[in-house]
Design a protein around this ligand. Structure first.
Ligand SMILES: [Zn+2]
Length: 184
């Protein structure tokens, strides 16, 4: 049962990764977007606390490399499976998936802001695994400069972030534009 859940996670992560890989090569060509994206990625607080630091660093680097040069995400997934070893595999995949989703979210944000978007509609994937809090956010309008509360952290501290930026979140932002003439 656990094995099957892991496999499902792994498949989800792979499908997210494919989408990024296809789009990044095209979109990273805009200097403004590339710069904003790098800033957002650099600002990210490290999520990686639950696996050995070296393993976490590797995963982080592999995801980054995949984004930078359009590497196939199946290759990164294989490295995670083969190189990290069984004890850290499922956590590593969880981290890789989260990092990938955050990268996608940052990418959307960078691209949207570069063409004058001030906000977005929070979207979930709409299945039974979506967090209650995120199900409530589904369809709401949010601002890029003011992420909503999307998680309750340790000691009841609210965590604010955009879709895809917290553990296992598969939500995504649908950018809104204030001027006409722009398309997603
Ligand atoms: Zn979510």
């Amino acid at each position: 049962m656990l094995k099957r859940a892991d496999q499902a996670d792994y498949d989800t992560w792979l499908s997210v990764g494919k989408g990024i890989s296809r789009e990044t090569r095209k979109r990273l060509r805009s200097p403004a977007i590339a710069k904003e994206y790098r800033l957002l990625q650099a600002e990210q607080v490290e999520l990686i606390k639950s696996i050995p630091r070296e393993a976490a660093k590797k995963v982080h680097e592999w995801v980054k490399a995949g984004l930078a040069d359009g590497q196939r995400f199946s290759e990164i997934a294989d490295r995670i499976k083969n190189d990290l070893g069984a004890t850290t595999e499922s956590r590593a995949i969880c981290i890789a998936r989260t990092e990938t989703a955050r990268a996608r979210s940052n990418f959307t944000q960078a691209r949207a802001k570069a063409v004058g978007s001030t906000g977005y509609i929070w979207r979930t994937v709409g299945d039974g695994a979506v967090r209650d809090l995120h199900a409530k956010l589904d369809g709401t309008v949010q601002r890029w400069d003011s992420p909503p509360i999307c998680e309750i952290g340790k000691g009841g501290t609210p965590v604010r972030s955009h879709p895809g930026c917290v553990w296992n979140c598969r939500c995504f932002a649908e950018p809104l534009f204030t001027k006409t003439g722009y398309e997603k």
